[in-house]
Design a protein around this ligand. Structure first.
Ligand SMILES: N[C@@H](CCC(=O)N[C@@H](CS)C(=O)NCC(=O)O)C(=O)O
Length: 210
């Protein structure tokens, strides 16, 4: 049995994992779990993830949920395949993986949800939420701008999981009227131009419907 990823092509948490699988050059089967039909709350899916959320990764007998844990698993289990996303002993990778999860994702996800996802699912953007969360995101990106002025990638000279885990949300923010949060910061923009030109990301992006 090979690798199977359960998710939706437009889900950021799913895209985080397809980006890792593609960066590793791994073959995998993609199983659509349609949130619009409630497939994620079906007993068959809850048996894979009792929290009823996508993505889920199956690799033989291994079943995992939580996109960042899935990506660590992919990076470790397939260390010798494709790009080494978790260089041994890199404390900087650990720091920036945590920054992505704790500082970046909570605020960028709120901005992306209001400006991009809500209109698609029939809701109305709440501009007050956008302004509040965009201000918080600007503070995080100011730190990124200073860091990336001195480092080509988050953890130094090499592209790692710390970069890759940021990409799904950065990609969506750039499709919103607040793309300026990235494009107005030259080093953050240069980082994006670099990481998004990777062949594996181009393959990933081609599979995202929005
Ligand atoms: N922390 C989880 C979050 C997963 C998550 O929120 N997935 C969304 C889709 S992007 C989902 O399944 N939403 C449906 C729900 O929560 O009921 C991860 O990183 O995998």
């Amino acid at each position: 049995m090979g690798i199977k990823l359960y998710g939706m092509p437009m889900s950021t948490n799913t895209v985080r994992c397809t980006a890792a699988l593609n960066e590793k050059g791994l073959d995998y089967e993609f199983a659509v779990v349609d949130l619009r039909t409630g497939a994620h709350k079906h007993p068959d899916f809850l048996a894979l993830n009792p929290f009823g959320q996508i993505p889920v990764l199956e690799d033989g007998d291994v079943v995992l949920f939580e996109s960042r844990a899935i990506n660590r698993y992919i990076a470790s289990k397939y260390k010798g395949t494709g790009t080494d996303l978790l260089p041994a002993g890199s404390a900087a990778v650990e720091v920036w993986l945590e920054v992505e999860a704790q500082q970046f994702a909570p605020v960028i996800s709120a901005v992306v949800f209001e400006l991009l996802i809500k209109p698609i699912i029939g809701g109305t953007t709440d501009q007050a939420v956008v302004e509040k969360q965009a201000a918080k995101l600007a503070s995080v990106l100011d730190v990124y701008e200073a860091h990336l002025a001195k480092n080509k990638y988050f953890a130094g000279d090499a592209f790692t999981l710390a970069d890759l885990n940021h990409m799904a949300y950065a990609n969506y923010l750039l499709k919103t009227p607040r793309a300026d949060l990235i494009t107005s910061r030259p080093h953050v923009k240069a980082w994006w131009d670099d990481v998004s030109s990777r062949p594996a990301w181009k393959k990933t992006a081609a599979g995202i419907p929005i």
